[in-house]
Write a protein that binds this ligand. Sequence first.
Ligand SMILES: *Cc1c(COP(=O)(O)O)cnc(C)c1O
Length: 356
Amino acid sequence: MQLSFYPGPSQLYPRVEHYLTDAYQSGILSMNHRSEAFMDMLARTTTDLRRKLDTPPSYEVYFTSSATECWEIIAQSLVSERSYHVYNGAFGQKWFEYTRRLHPTSEALSFGLNEVPEPAFPERASPNDVLCLTHNETSNGTALPAGVLLSFRQTFPGIIAVDATSSMAGVQLPWEAADVWYASVQKCFGLPPGLGVLVVSPGAIAQAERVGERAHYNSLLFLRENFLKNQTPYTPNTLGIYLLGRVMQDAAPIETVDEQLRLRAQRLATYFEQASFELLVENPQVRSRTVLAIRANEKIIHHYKEAARQEKMLLGNGYGEWKNTTFRIANFPALTDEDMERLMQFFIRRAIPHFE
Ligand SMILES: *Cc1c(COP(=O)(O)O)cnc(C)c1O
């Protein structure tokens, strides 16, 4: 079987194979989503996720179809007039562009690849506004350090929403530094695509009540009413929820996962630097621990991607403006230390001279 280092959809936990069989045999996949069996399964999944990811007791957890859906839910149900989008890459920008279609006065505050963003906002920023941050920018391999999130929290007067699509379940998140966090499961959860996780604070719920938006099947208030009863507004991805529950039940606590990925990211970065590769993100302070972007000329990129394919390994393509001049390596929990060893050995074995 192919070993994938693609940062989403990503390598699955090998145990997912057995969970799939269990799901089939348990009969849950044919159960109505208002049945006791479904509601119990949903409740267990949420409980295990909250316990393993250490979410604050007052924060609620809902499931959606994707992170992209969460962009729209936030724009519909939490932004009353305008949002501010602080970003340095393609996913942050897409979120801004989606939101701007619903709220044309929303504003972008972009920053540089190696820069630590400053918590500075226009004078008019008010408690009704929403600040949108991308915790881990999957397109370029940058991340916001916890200290930066906390400084935004201390400075911004309104609600803070964070896209943690490629870090949730891999990195210990400073939950209290934001009101809304979301992810989709095909990144750090090591699961097949088709499910989003949305974590919301009491402050976010209060904001949703002030906005009072109930015009959509996925309006936040409507989602909440359903999830408080362990139900969903529409027939959900029951298989996805079941698999998430099983993965979370067996997962190590997030402190342990965080520590493992931190050490491994360090080892990978040192390895690539010593092997005279160029890391796209030079500033270690803003370098992602879950997605590593490596920069080289197109020929070299092509060589390694092709050589990897021959050895049944998949390197992540570059994304957006970095499409042809980078490749990306997922440092996700479903990949083992042995998988990473194999990757590093591959680069040694298939090395070519790096002339420009
Ligand atoms: C993958 C990704 C998304 C989109 O996720 P979908 O599940 O396709 O909606 C959004 N934001 C970031 C940072 C991502 O990495």
